[in-house]
Design a protein around this ligand. Structure first.
Ligand code: ASP
Length: 434
């Protein structure tokens, strides 16, 4: 049994949905299908999920959802009509509107794109519709309930028909809907694949696979044919957004292979994601990814290194304020803390005040223009010269390295450069390794 997840572009138009149907029907093992909400049909189009969030905002402002929900209705009506499906979309939308007015949450409304997408797909394939809320469960504290979910999902093994399941959401014990973070239908697919011990998790998208670098930055980058779970997590965490980084957890222990495939070019081999990649398949570097606009807090204090508990006190401030950190490069009397993204002014000021109160540093600076770039590959372990190559490539491109960090697992080197050097740096590193 294979689990296949189809992304927003695959669900966006009648034409793409028919391509999905053809793919599913060409392999009788494709029994469990997870779908995203319809995405953009063209560059300037809106994703259904974004329209739904807009509908929630409208409801907050005016008491009722307005134009955005109407647009969702029309998009689904046009889709169902073009597929010759007799589904009363307006009836579904009216129910959503009523629920929303009775003060449902943003998660509820956001989840309805996947819900309707699955209703349409199930009718088209003549598969059973299974509501994700009935099988994907969260605990009272909002954390994912892996055990209960696994029990419920494993029952799908006994189905004698195919089934379509909406991605992106599940249900809390009080029956309210909770979504994963954006792009979370990938996680739903992985949970289903893990729960039914699927032989393969196929993730169908609109690109030929995972590229060694972002194609918006590097011209025509190489396709990665095989990548390990860990490498993929590192790259997706750093912004390579083909697959949600949390998609690995549900299948990690079982080691189910994932393949990224292109709905619009189904014959292309795609990228295989495996728990372990054979030694001989490992290039030194598998991929490069990065993100701009990170925050760095830099503290200095003379004799910092001998002040017992200094680091703990600073990190406790972060913990109390609910901020997680990415890296902590340190010197004898200096400590930098790299935090993903730009903090809101209020939070940044609070952190500064609290750190001053906790450790009384001589200086404390905050900057928000650091780009982090991860150079990832198991192949660099026990091989000399990777860091030298990175430094050389950046030096030759006249780029200053503001930070460099390599864990002892030796599968990832992170460099920090000025945001303004980001594109140049990625290109220089790509050229050096590929
Ligand atoms: N529709 C949701 C989003 O746009 C979830 C997904 O597509 O995976 O983030």
């Amino acid at each position: 049994m294979k689990v296949c997840k189809f992304g927003g572009t695959s669900m966006a138009t009648a034409e793409s949905v028919l391509a999905v149907k053809k793919i599913i029907e060409s392999d009788s093992a494709r029994k469990l299908v997870v779908v995203s909400a319809p995405g953009k049909r063209f560059k300037t189009d809106d994703k259904i999920t974004d329209l739904l969030y807009a509908a929630y905002e409208e409801k907050l402002k005016y008491g009722v959802p307005g134009a955005a929900l109407e647009e969702v209705c029309i998009r689904f009506e046009v889709l169902a009509a073009a597929l010759n499906l007799d589904i009363d979309i307006r009836e579904y939308i009216e129910e959503i509107e009523t629920n929303l007015i009775e003060s449902k949450t943003p998660d509820y409304i956001a989840s309805r794109g996947e819900y309707l997408s699955a209703v349409v797909m199930a009718a088209l394939l003549n598969y059973k519709f299974i509501d994700a809320g009935d099988i994907i469960k969260f605990r009272y504290d909002g954390s994912f309930d892996a055990e209960l979910t696994r029990d419920l999902v494993s029952q799908l093994k006994n189905l004698d028909t195919g089934a379509v399941i909406p991605g992106f959401y599940g249900r809390m014990p009080d029956k309210s809907i909770k979504t994963f973070t954006r792009g979370g239908s990938d996680v739903t697919g992985a949970i289903i694949a893990g729960g039914v011990d699927s032989s393969l998790y196929e993730n169908w998208t609109d690109v030929n696979g995972f590229m060694a670098c972002d194609p918006n930055i590097v011209d025509n980058p190489k396709l990665i044919e095989t990548i390990s779970y860990q490498e993929l997590r590192e790259l997706s965490y750093m912004g390579a957004n083909v697959l949600h980084p949390d998609s690995i957890f549900p299948i990690y222990s079982v080691g189910i292979p994932i393949v990224i495939k292109n709905t619009f070019n189904p014959m292309a081999q795609g990228t295989k994601i495996l728990k372990n990649v054979e030694e001989f398949l490992r290039p030194v570097v598998t991929g490069i990814a990065g993100k701009k606009n990170n925050t760095v807090l830099t503290l200095t204090k003379s004799m910092m290194n001998s002040e017992l508990g200094f680091g703990r006190k600073v990190l406790s401030v972060l913990e109390r304020n609910g901020v997680s950190f990415e890296h902590i490069p340190t010197g004898i009397d200096a400590m930098s803390i790299v935090i993903a993204g730009v903090l809101q002014d209020e939070l940044a000021n609070k952190l500064i005040q609290d750190i001053k109160g906790a450790v009384n540093p001589d200086t404390l600076d905050i900057s928000t223009s650091l780009a982090l770039i991860a150079i990832v590959g198991h192949g660099m372990a026990n091989r000399k010269g990777t860091a030298a190559k990175i430094c050389n490539a950046l030096f030759s491109a006249d780029i200053n390295i503001r930070m460099i960090d390599q864990g002892s697992s030796e599968m990832n080197v992170i460099v920090g450069v000025e945001d303004s050097d980001y594109i140049k740096a990625i290109n220089a590193l790509y050229k050096a390794f590929f």
